[in-house]
Write a protein that binds this ligand. Structure first.
Ligand SMILES: NC(=O)c1ccc[n+]([C@@H]2O[C@H](COP(=O)([O-])OP(=O)(O)OC[C@H]3O[C@@H](n4cnc5c(N)ncnc54)[C@H](OP(=O)(O)O)[C@@H]3O)[C@@H](O)[C@H]2O)c1
Length: 286
C-alpha cells in the first residue's frame, strides 16, 4: 500500500514548496494531501493531481477530515502568533485520532534555550508531540533570509538597515532550503526522534546590508543602535509600542547569538550547502 503524505499550511511559502519538493522526489501526486484553510489558494496543486483538502487549525472537524488516511504529516507552524500552541495541539490530536504514524514539525532554532519571544509556542508544541506518542521529527528552523529581503524597499527608502543586534551574526537560510529539508525529513524514517537545528552560513548585518545594496544598486548602511534607541526609532516610524518592543526583543535574541548556529544539520538534510545569503538576496531582489 502506498504511503500518504500530508502537508499543512500548503498555501504558505514553506508548505507549498515542501509539496513541490515531494513531487520532485517522485512521490505520486495522488499520494500527497495538501492541507490549507483556503483550498482555492492552491488550485495549482490540485491541477497537478495532488489531493487538496481544507484544514483550519482553528476548526478541529476540518483537521480530522483532512488527515483521514494520512500516514506522515508535515505540520508547518501557523502564522497566528499567540494562538499557535492550541492550534498545533488540535492538529496533533486530529493526527492521533486518524492514526498518523509520523509528524515532522517546523520549530525554531534553539527552541529550548532561546529567549526569543516566538519560542514558547514551539516549546509547547514540541512537548505536545512528545506526549502524543506519535513518532516525530523536530526541525528547528533558523531565520529566513527572506525576512530581510521582504523589507528591501524600506531599506532602500531609508538607506539603512536599522537594528539592535550588536555585531552578532544570523545563520539565516533560504526558505526554500528549509522546505526541501522538511520534505527530505518527511521521506526519511531515519530522522524519527531527532531534533535538528537548521541554519545556513552565518552572516553579519554589515554583510547583509552590503548584499542588499549590491543587489538593488543602492547604498545601504547597517545602523546598529542601543535597544532603547531602536525601540524609540520604531515607534517614531509609526509602530505601536507593543510591536516595537516585540521587534526589539527579537533583535535582543540575535544580539545574544541565539539565531547563530554552527550546526550542519541543514546541509546534511538537503545534501548540499545551503544557498549563500548573497545568492538568495540577488535572486529575491532581481
Ligand atoms: N524562521 C523564520 O524566519 C520564519 C519567518 C516567518 C514565519 N515562520 C514560521 O514558519 C511558518 C511557515 O512559513 P511561511 O513562510 O510558509 O509562512 P506563510 O507564507 O505566512 O504561510 C503560513 C501558512 O500558515 C497557514 N495558516 C495560518 N493560520 C492558519 C490556520 N488557522 N489554519 C490553517 N492554516 C493556517 C497559512 O494559511 P493562509 O494561506 O490561509 O493564510 C499559510 O498557509 C510560518 O507560519 C511561521 O510559523 C518562520
Amino acid at each position: 500500500m502506498s504511503t500518504i503524505y500530508a502537508v499543512t499550511g500548503a498555501s504558505g511559502h514553506l508548505g507549498h514548496r515542501a509539496v513541490t519538493e515531494l513531487l520532485a522526489r517522485d512521490v505520486s501526486p495522488e499520494n500527497i494531501v495538501a492541507i490549507a484553510r483556503t483550498p482555492e489558494k492552491i488550485s495549482d496543486l490540485s491541477s497537478q493531481g495532488v489531493q487538496v483538502r481544507e484544514g483550519d487549525y482553528t476548526k478541529p472537524d476540518t483537521l480530522r477530515s483532512a488527515l483521514a488516511g494520512v500516514d506522515r504529516l508535515l505540520l508547518v507552524s501557523g502564522s497566528e502568533v499567540g494562538q499557535r500552541s492550541v492550534q498545533h495541539a488540535a492538529v496533533i490530536e486530529a493526527a492521533k485520532a486518524n492514526g498518523v504514524g509520523r509528524i515532522v514539525y517546523t520549530s525554531i532554532l534553539g527552541a529550548d534555550t532561546t529567549q526569543n519571544p516566538l519560542a514558547p509556542e514551539h516549546v509547547e508544541t514540541e512537548s505536545a508531540l512528545r506526549s502524543s506518542g506519535i513518532a516525530h521529527t523536530v526541525l528547528r528552523n533558523g531565520w529566513y533570509i527572506e525576512n530581510y529581503t521582504s523589507q528591501a524597499q524600506q531599506y532602500q527608502e531609508t538607506g539603512a538597515i536599522l537594528g539592535a543586534t550588536g555585531g552578532a551574526k544570523v545563520s539565516g537560510a533560504a526558505r526554500e532550503d528549509y522546505a526541501i529539508a522538511a520534505a527530505a525529513a518527511l521521506l526519511d524514517d531515519a530522522t524519527d526522534g531527532r531534533v535538528y537545528e537548521l541554519g545556513g552560513a552565518a552572516f553579519s548585518f554589515d554583510e547583509l546590508a552590503e548584499a542588499i545594496g549590491e543587489a538593488t544598486g543602492t547604498t545601504i548602511a547597517h545602523k546598529d543602535l542601543p535597544a532603547e534607541e531602536y525601540t524609540a526609532a520604531l515607534i517614531s516610524a509609526g509602530l505601536d509600542e507593543q510591536t516595537a518592543g516585540f521587534l526589539a526583543a527579537l533583535d535582543a535574541t540575535i544580539a545574544a547569538g541565539e539565531l547563530e548556529t554552527d550546526s550542519d544539520d541543514l546541509a546534511r538534510l538537503i545534501g548540499r550547502a545551503p544557498t549563500p545569503m548573497a545568492d538568495v538576496v540577488r535572486a529575491e531582489l532581481a
